[in-house]
Design a protein around this ligand. Structure first.
Ligand code: G1P
Length: 280
């Protein structure tokens, strides 16, 4: 059983300045819902209801968002506006939230390691909230699809998608041995390669299932690309010592870390969710 999910949310959000000067980027709304809530809902839907956040300075709004606002409850309770609290009330009822702070930003691997106290010695999911993932019709949430892969292989799982050659340098990239149904056994992986060095066009996106031995590996992982401790490097080590699976998920991913992707996600959610009354 996987019950826990880690959200590294310490990053600065420089691409969204000045909006993110005092506001965590994860709290930017896609239509009327903060980006991070989409990720948390996906996690809960996948059965991972123990949610851990690795936060940093200036991120208190995230903790407040997942806590009761008595004043608001008092004002709105019994009124016609109560419907607007529906989704966040559901998330708060279903989820158990804990927080730790990363003092310095030294890369995704460093953030994951900071979450060890929250995840302990169980396998756990990781959601990078910047990547908003909408499953294809009739499929589980992307994390839900990955939990199924984990149950089959009992090893770390990374979500991958095909990206155009000129975008490959933005991602961790895998070299994999193709199996059935969009599954690959990872042979190697590299963080943000030049396009000429990329082993494939399969890019890792921000959904992972990690086995807890990743923490010991991360402790020993030296700084890599950008002089940061890279999760990709630790996963590469896991793949060499054992098995890591990559899964080409059934769904659409929006890169909400970029302004273009954020606007695309907003338009998509407005047309396909909000207008159908699915974003309360
Ligand atoms: C991180 C990971 C990278 C992955 C990406 C997905 O990079 O390091 O391997 O492909 O997330 O969004 P970041 O975008 O945080 O620089």
């Amino acid at each position: 059983m996987i019950r826990k999910c880690l959200f590294p949310v310490g990053g600065y959000g420089t691409r969204f300045l000045p909006a993110t000067k005092a506001l965590p980027k994860e709290m930017l709304p896609v239509v009327n819902k903060p980006l991070v809530q989409y990720g948390v809902e996906e996690s809960i839907e996948a059965g991972l209801n123990q949610i851990g956040f690795v936060t940093g300075r200036g991120k208190r709004a995230i903790a407040d968002h997942f806590d009761i606002s008595y004043e608001l409850e008092h004002q709105i309770s019994g009124s016609s506006k109560e419907v607007y609290l529906k989704s966040i009330r559901h998330v708060m009822e279903e989820g158990i939230f804990s927080f730790t702070r990363q003092k310095e930003m030294k890369g995704l691997g460093h953030a994951i390691l900071a979450g060890e106290t929250l995840m302990g010695s169980e396998p756990f999911g990781v959601v990078l909230a910047d990547d908003l993932c909408i499953p294809d019709d009739g499929f589980d949430s992307v994390l839900g699809q990955m939990v199924k892969v984990y149950k089959q292989f009992r090893c770390s799982v990374v979500a991958v998608m095909e990206v155009p050659e000129d975008e490959i340098h933005k991602y961790g990239v895998i070299e994999g041995e193709a199996m059935k149904d969009g599954l690959y056994r990872v042979k190697s992986m590299v963080e943000k390669p030049k396009k000429e060095d990329a082993p494939s066009n399969l890019a890792i996106i921000g959904r992972y299932i990690l086995t807890p031995d990743i923490f010991d590996i991360l402790r020993e992982t030296p700084p890599g690309k950008g002089d940061e401790i890279q999760l990709t490097d630790a996963l590469m080590q896991q793949a060499q010592d054992g098995v890591v699976m990559a899964y080409r998920f059934k769904g659409t991913r929006f890169d909400c870390g970029s302004v273009e992707g954020f606007v695309e996600a907003t338009n998509y959610c407005f047309e396909n969710l909000y207008k159908k009354g699915l974003l309360t």
